[in-house]
Design a protein around this ligand. Structure first.
Ligand SMILES: [Zn+2]
Length: 155
């Protein structure tokens, strides 16, 4: 075998009709983009969107306990759950405007339904950057600073 091994032909999505992994809208994959877990979760805008949409209950839940370790664990679990996503993320056109990425490449992956390079769960750096992104989003939306959660992320 040379440097490049046999092509792994597992498609990125099992159907080219799929949901946008940010807003859940149904899309044709070729009209969207394919990105990796790390690409998405390290962006502040991803967490801003989540906290103002599907996870808008999180802030109240966070505030409903005075136990700091429970609070931390709750948010860290959210991050870890996202960071552990193994499959590529599809993005609709509208969500693609939430943050900057290489649209041309991500579009090619979507049109061919193949996994982007480095598909899989986020690495340690990705999980830490996601934590920083979540903390920034939280402060921006709720005008309240979170305790430093980066120390809670371990390999
Ligand atoms: Zn979307």
């Amino acid at each position: 075998m040379g440097f490049f091994d046999l092509f792994n032909s597992t498609p990125a999505k099992s159907s080219t009709k799929c949901e946008c992994d940010v807003c859940s809208k149904e899309i044709n994959l070729e009209d969207g983009y394919l990105l990796t877990t790390k690409d998405i979760i390290t962006k502040r805008a991803y967490w801003e969107y989540a906290f103002t949409h599907q996870w808008d209950y999180v802030h109240n839940l966070y505030g409903s306990t005075s136990d700091d370790s429970v609070k931390k664990l709750f948010l860290v679990n959210l991050i870890i759950d996202r960071a552990n996503q193994e499959t590529p993320w599809a993005l609709c056109e509208s969500c693609s405007n939430l943050f900057a990425f290489d649209k041309k490449t991500a579009k090619r992956y979507a049109q061919k339904n193949i996994c982007p390079l480095n598909t899989g769960h986020a690495d340690f750096e990705g999980a830490r950057l996601a934590t920083v992104a979540l903390m920034d989003a939280w402060e921006k939306i709720y005008h309240e600073k979170l305790p430093d959660l980066t120390r809670e992320i371990r390999v």
